[in-house]
Design a protein around this ligand. Structure first.
Ligand SMILES: Cc1cc2nc3c(=O)[nH]c(=O)nc-3n(C[C@H](O)[C@H](O)[C@H](O)COP(=O)(O)OP(=O)(O)OC[C@H]3O[C@@H](n4cnc5c(N)ncnc54)[C@H](O)[C@@H]3O)c2cc1C
Length: 550
């Protein structure tokens, strides 16, 4: 039975009615010194946004299948990208769906395709709505009414083959419900994106998600064994073979399809025994170049690690400032000075997960690699703190917004050879991105997932909210464009884990090529000939289809 998790605030990340976390005095001081005092904006009220919402294109409720409730429509109008936040916090919502549907099985999804065709409507698949790339909002350029297809009723464990380690869930199942269903069997999926509490299995597959411990458990591509996709052209069943040489793997086509190729109703995933031991020790490296080298050697050592995170000096300083200025932190700083780790120490956290002996061996090996690069170990307390707070860190977005600061993140992956230059270029693009208007940006990053051939780079940037929400959006657009151009120019992918959505579309051709994009557009046309699904996300709207509709 799925849990009933607290409802997320309609225009934020924290739970409805909850207070944002406290920002330590030290962190507030650091931000003020870096980018100036924040200028909070007044928050929109849900009642006012409801009152201003245009009426639904559906006069009736289409035979009881649709929710037309204005608050329900508003709650499904946007995801969690910064443009989504600006829209929701300011109440300048743009388009909202005309209705929300909650199909309970494949046949109800197929009925929705029929309804959409009959009524000339588009459909937006919506899992947890945690997309940070504009993947769940109605297309401003699409003149059709929109129905958001919420996956809430398509949840729960459907089947478990313990012998094969295969579990089948409804695609709308939330992260905690997956683990709660597997725990009594001593099993885990091990997929923990930072949005785990509020995101769904179908959303992970559709957006090619990476969990925080994907280094050990595998990204969702490795965990997704098969499933069932309802497309307007028919049903695609994807069998869960352990491996297959029977032509190109259609599962790879569905992974990352972002609701354009169909609606995943069910997914079978590879599950494993819950690990007996997990150790998360931390180390400090003297500077960023040596930290990168240590991370690279660790990634190439073939150790049973589930996570390796390595922060730039500025991120390290920010994390320590956020932790406050307690006695233990002062002692840590003194210890680092004593060990001559600095002047710009970089924090490296590694998690080893599995059997006792393997974990012990992995931690020992990481330690000797780190020491070879001039680093030192500081034990397990920072790692344990990270583990405790790992799903709470994003709550800081609410707290900082209330102080007048906008926070966004972006990410990429690139080979080790080009990583140092890419990291410098992204940092520079963000830090100098608002110089034209005399605004500063606090930008820092970490390597979040390491691979033998390269690493992801995850950047966080903070800037001041402007008095006018459109100006804040403009600032974001300038920063996002500058960083994305730097990523593409230095050979990085436009996304390592967040997907393409609407926000990354301009840079997709740089990595797929025009022919590659045309192939994907052909697949979309074959599976969804009337262009019903998620217009404007992942791929541009099909001009041929648009002309036909007029
Ligand atoms: C605070 C925060 C932290 C995050 N951390 C991570 C992280 O660590 N790793 C990571 O990978 N991502 C992360 N994300 C991004 C986001 O959580 C992922 O992209 C996630 O996979 C989205 O899942 P969802 O269920 O919320 O999908 P949604 O946001 O609802 O949808 C995402 C896309 O998939 C489509 N879709 C959803 N369900 C289906 C379905 N059943 N069939 C077909 N299409 C569907 C939607 O149309 C949309 O295009 C984070 C987001 C936030 C807000």
């Amino acid at each position: 039975m799925p849990h009933h998790w607290p409802v997320r605030r309609w225009n934020g990340w924290i739970d409805e009615g909850a207070l944002p976390p406290h920002v330590s005095h030290e962190a507030a001081r650091l931000l003020e010194a870096e980018i100036g005092p924040g200028r909070p904006n007044p928050d929109a009220r849900l009642d006012d946004v409801v009152a201003a919402l245009p009426s639904s294109a559906f006069a009736d409720d289409a035979a009881g299948r649709l929710s037309l409730d204005p608050a329900d429509r508003i709650r499904h109008a946007r995801g969690q990208s910064l443009p989504d936040w600006i829209a929701l916090r300011s109440g300048r919502l743009g388009r909202a769906p005309d209705a929300v549907a909650r199909p309970a099985d494949g046949s109800e999804v197929r009925a929705l395709f029929g309804l959409a065709r009959d009524r000339g409507t588009s459909l937006i698949p919506y899992g947890g709505g945690t997309s940070v790339v504009g993947g769940v909002s109605p297309d401003p350029d699409d003149d059709r009414p929109t129905i958001t297809v919420a996956m809430d009723a398509l949840g729960g464990l459907r089947g478990l083959d313990e012998r094969s380690g295969l579990a089948t869930f409804g695609a709308g199942t939330l992260g905690p419900d997956i683990e709660a269903a597997l725990a009594p069997h001593g099993l885990t999926l091990g997929h923990f994106p930072q949005s785990w509490e509020g995101s769904t299995l179908g959303g992970w597959v559709a957006a090619r998600s990476a969990g925080q411990q994907s280094t050990g458990f595998g990204r969702i591509e490795a965990l997704f064994a098969g499933g069932s996709l309802e497309a307007p052209a028919g049903t695609l069943e994807l069998p869960s073979h352990p491996a297959s040489a029977a032509g190109p793997d259609l599962r790879q086509l569905i992974l990352g399809s972002e609701g354009r190729f169909g609606i995943l109703t069910e997914a079978t995933v590879r599950v494993v025994a819950r690990p007996r031991v997990e150790a998360i020790p931390s180390w400090f490296l003297p500077d960023w170049p040596r930290a990168i080298e240590a991370a690279r050697d660790i990634a190439r050592a073939g150790l049973p690690l589930s996570m390796v995170r390595c922060s730039t000096p500025l991120e390290t300083a920010t994390l320590l400032a956020l932790a406050g200025d307690g006695r233990s932190l002062r002692a840590l700083r003194a210890y680092l000075r004593f060990r001559r780790i600095g002047p710009e120490p970089c924090l490296l956290i590694a998690a080893a997960t599995g059997g006792e002996k393997l974990v012990e061996l992995a931690v020992r090996e990481v330690g000797s690699i780190v020491r070879r690069h001039g680093g030192t170990g500081v034990g397990g307390s920072l790692g344990r703190q990270w583990l405790r707070n790992r799903f709470r860190t994003p709550d800081l977005r609410d707290a900082l917004w209330d102080l007048g600061y906008a926070v966004d993140t972006l990410e990429t992956a690139v080979d080790w050879r080009r990583l140092p230059d890419l990291a410098t270029a992204v940092g520079r693009a963000l830090r100098h991105g608002l110089e034209g208007e005399d605004e500063r940006v606090h930008a820092f990053s970490h390597l979040s997932h390491v691979y033998p051939s390269g690493s992801s780079l995850y950047a966080t940037y903070v800037f001041r909210v402007a008095a006018d929400p459109d100006e804040t959006l403009d600032r974001w657009r300038r920063l996002k464009t500058a960083a994305s151009e730097a990523i593409v120019e230095h050979g990085g992918t436009i996304s390592h884990q967040h997907g393409v959505g609407r926000d990354h579309r301009p840079w997709l051709a740089a990595e797929k090529g025009e022919l590659g994009l045309a192939v994907l557009a052909d697949v979309a046309r074959r599976l969804d000939p009337d262009g019903l699904l998620n217009p404007g996300v992942l791929l541009g709207d099909d001009p041929g289809l648009r002309a036909n509709r007029r």
